[in-house]
Design a protein around this ligand. Sequence first.
Ligand code: BES
Ligand code: ZN
Length: 879
Amino acid sequence: MSEPEVVYLKDYLPPAYTVETTHLTFELAPEDTHVKATLRMKRHPEREAGVPLELFGANLDLRAISLNGEALPDSRYRIDGERLIIDDVPDDFVLDTEVVIAPEQNTALEGLYRSNGMYCTQCEPEGFRRITWYPDRPDVMAKFTTTVIGDKATLPILLSNGNPIDQGDLEDGRHFVTWEDPFPKPSYLFALVAGQLEVVESYFTTRSGRTVLLQLYVEPQNLHKTEFSMGALKRAMKWDKETYGREYDLDRFMIVAVDDFNMGAMENKGLNIFNSSAVLANPETTIDAGFQRIEGIVAHEYFHNWSGNRVTCRDWFQLALKEGFTVFRDQTFSADTNSAPVKRIEDVAVLRTQQFAEDAGPTAHPVRPDHFIEISNFYTLTVYEKGAEVVRMLRNLLGKETFRRGTDTYFERFDGQAVRVEDFVNTMADVSGIDLGQFMRWYEQAGTPRIDVAEEYDAERQEYALTFRQHTPATPGQVADSKLPLHIPVRMGLLNGRGNPIELAVGNERPGHEMVLELREAEERIVFKHVAEKPTPSLLRGFSAPVILNFPYTREQLAFLVKYDVDGFNRWDAGQRLAQEAIFDVMHAIQAGKAPTLDDTLLDVFDYLLKTPDRADRAVLAEMLQLPSEAYLAGQLAQVDINAIHDARAFVERSLAEQLHFHWQALYESNVTKAAYEPSFEQISHRALKNVALSYLCATGDEDALALADQQFKTATNMTDTRAALTQLVHRHAGKRADAALKAFEARWSHDPLVMDQWLTLQATQPHPEALDRVKALMAHPAFSLRNPNRVRALIGAFSQHNHVNFHRADGEGYALLADIVLQLNKSNPEIAARLVLPLTRYQRLDEAHQQLMRGALERIRNQSLSRNLYEVIEKALA
Ligand code: BES
Ligand code: ZN
């Protein structure tokens, strides 16, 4: 393929023409939907007259085009790739077009497509151009009016953004509904849905006393899975008013669940469209983590109504402006609704495992990238998760109240506008008086900063000093020398020998037991005065900045922090570090051909946690009792040996299981509940602890333990317990028991694709060498389809991301399988193909043999004709 065009942030120009109003008419038909568009356009005040008009379009069959009512002859316009250019247009004009599109043929799931016979749209980031010719960029905001025409019998429900203003019957059994959205919006927030849908309704009364109609549209078989999301939506609406003073602005808020969807969900104005996996839940079908994920996503999309829709992005480089901020908002919502420390632990685990890996690999990019080939490739962990951390740091620096004044001012200043990251950060600087010039580097520099900390204690002067040295390693396109020091908030405290917090004294400041240090220089030394004994520092509490911080803790100090630190996150983190060291000891012993042993300190800590379970809340305890994942551990090593990590982790797990057997048994029994299932925080923590205990019991491979798992599987009344038990049976390779349970599960759930996804995943992630053949066999199972992104993620995504030992098989068969599938998806769904391929690009720290196999698989992909999406990723990976 010819080299695709690269788009640069520095080349930004405002659009030459803006759209005041957009009138759309859809006549729906699977193979030939007619789309008529009437755009009232105007020259942009900052652009000179006479600039050609540029519209975007893809896969459109243009049937008519006229300007101010006069049909344009072919000579008046030209089509060049995705652009339609009209050379001379007046300052004010009306453009009419008619195109034909084929939703039925749209397997990319961008633009207008069909899912189970339903019509739906996905326009972010650049899908609207697959619907009609348009200045499809977020800084063009128009008022939309949309008429949807369809067959009344098969498409009784016709939806679009805003409010319905007209409807009626037409000839030939058709009907129409006209929708009007009073809020100007960019095209990426446009939505249309048509189909045979049931609706669940409820109401929400805003603080100002307006009643909002809440509607959840689902296919009839899913009506029993709507209750939880409706509740979550109301909780989110209430929270956003209380926490950010934000109220909903339309008379109705609609959510539609669709089965075929590339992402989790989409915040279209007044008409959110959700992947059914991100909204449908029921105790029998959905695990606890699923409920929590859904609550977070429902809230996230709702929150976008302000952070994204009312205030939107000037261009797609500013994506983190809406996504980083909105992820931060949904994270704090979930923290306030459930357990704050557990939510923080989970979010940091994702960041450190996945985002740090992205930052360390060939697709690393800044939170605000400065160039791209395909913007769909930039909906990444860096933009989302690191983007949320950057907003969190602003709150750490400003304090909660000033941060709130900042967000109020931001929403007020920029309501109805398309803005930049600078507008957000400058507002925070304005309200706080803090200079955030250096802070902007967080948006511009890729890579995870490292901070090495050294201590000195002067007993005579009773002074304790910490020296912080920060540096950010090179990333593609940014050499190490170009990386400048960042403005980093480090929340910290000091503990004395009895585990009590020390009163801090720095210079003339007496901040109390805890403070936020603000690092700005490459090296900084901070002296704490009146420190009567050498303390243990508790650094980066709550993970106050997205960095790798190294302090030379002894194992005793880590155990001490697990027991005494006041910060729930740091207690967990100390335990994880200790576990990591114990696992690496075992790994080194195995590699040296020596007999491994379990570290005593780790055993003591587990023993302590299990004996004094009340010291932590149960949900935090369940986190503390789990060992770091193989993926996290791999990220801590310069040279990764996949099998050695797996074996060492399994050894430590088994040793803890055996040596603390009695405790695990007791923990299991004391957390069995008889109460009817609720996805409440209280119950979730009991189930989490019980199922962690089950996992350790089964880690020994004991027949008794597997019988217990079998019994739990057979008697469970909710999916959390069912799935935990089935996972043990399959992952511990319980032979006939596992086979029988898998069959029983399949027989019971074959009608429910979202449940069968879980069945696919837990087989794809089994550590046993049989996994690869199982995955191949399951690709032929009726529950699988390469056409549905959820199925692909459940089987292939899970295998390549969460089954390290089998994906990285020495014979390269794991890589070959992924490459084959990526090549198939390259044609049908490029966005999914470009995401799915990412595990193949993470070869930097593996040994030479694996690196060659992975590069070989990537080269095989490169030899085919690639979509822009895949081209960009593969070129970076092989650069
Ligand atoms: N705006 C995105 C959806 C989106 C992403 C559309 C990429 C087009 C391309 C939406 O707000 C979002 O971020 N969804 C997340 C879930 C969220 C809880 C982080 C998703 O879909 O994964
Ligand atoms: Zn979002």
